[in-house]
Design a protein around this ligand. Sequence first.
Ligand SMILES: [Zn+2]
Length: 338
Amino acid sequence: MKITNNYEGASIRIEEIDNKKNEAILSIKKEGKNYGYYYNFCVSSGDNVATIHIKNFEESSYYEKGNIPVPYIRDKKEWKKINKENFNSNDDKDIIITVPKEQEWEISLFPRYSRIDLENFLNTIKGNSRIKIKEDPIKEIVIGDKSKPTIVIIARQHPGETLSSFFIEGIVEKIIYEEKYLDNNCFMIFPIVSTNGVKNGNHRLTDGIDYNRSWAKERLPEEIEYIQKRMNQCKVKMFIDVHCDEITNKDYIRTNNKMYGQNIAGIQVLEDMGKIRRFLRALIKQRKVINFSNLTAREYVSKKYKCDNMLIELTLKEDAKEEKNKGKDFIEGVLKNG
Ligand SMILES: [Zn+2]
């Protein structure tokens, strides 16, 4: 068999390949002191059934006992969940995937979405005269007239949260299609904040740094410095930060604007949690200690611009195919009142 892990958005360590048994031992990648979560690689099984073991998943901060997610595969074009008979979480000891003979599969915890996918998407919307796309230092989509109040939308501060990219595609398509949204608003969208993290297939960190907790630091990551510079050049009306939550079963939103009530387009709006509750939740559910001296993007923006702000956490437990439609419905819900 052959395992490939040297392309954008791939993420796995090859520990050992036994060609006699056609068996491979792989490990998810380390991030800082802990193991990440996201994994992605390609396998070509050869003349026999291939068996793949993925180690150390239970060492991830996001691992939940008895709840190891079934990964996706892509054999030709479409992503789909791997068949149950090809996946075994082995009583939480390791993950075992069997690949029938003469198959070439890409295997991914969630559908891979790298800069190439973004490029392909942008090619489908480029002709529109209301859209400006900037390249450096990160991809930026500006839709509408920059002198109008601006809604800033970002995603992939945490590189492994790939589903948020499909959600962003839906948002962008909806805005372009419903031109009325541009009467009162301009949109500034940064679909992939952590360029290197996405390229390297990281889950949460980029070069050991949590981008979402770097907004108020003295030395900013280049991408965040640029986003802040751009935000200073416009009238920020709202800030939306899209994430995925490994633990939750249901999407949720947190916002400082009470006007939205209990849900936006069917996505529940939860009350902003106080620091103590957030600290405990992270400690209990993710075995993670939050350092509150580092403000999150939303906390920083809220303080500095006094604008509406929103955090969206998409569950990773639903089918990924829905994310694009969810993005469309969500932005429609947000903009219903102007
Ligand atoms: Zn996140």
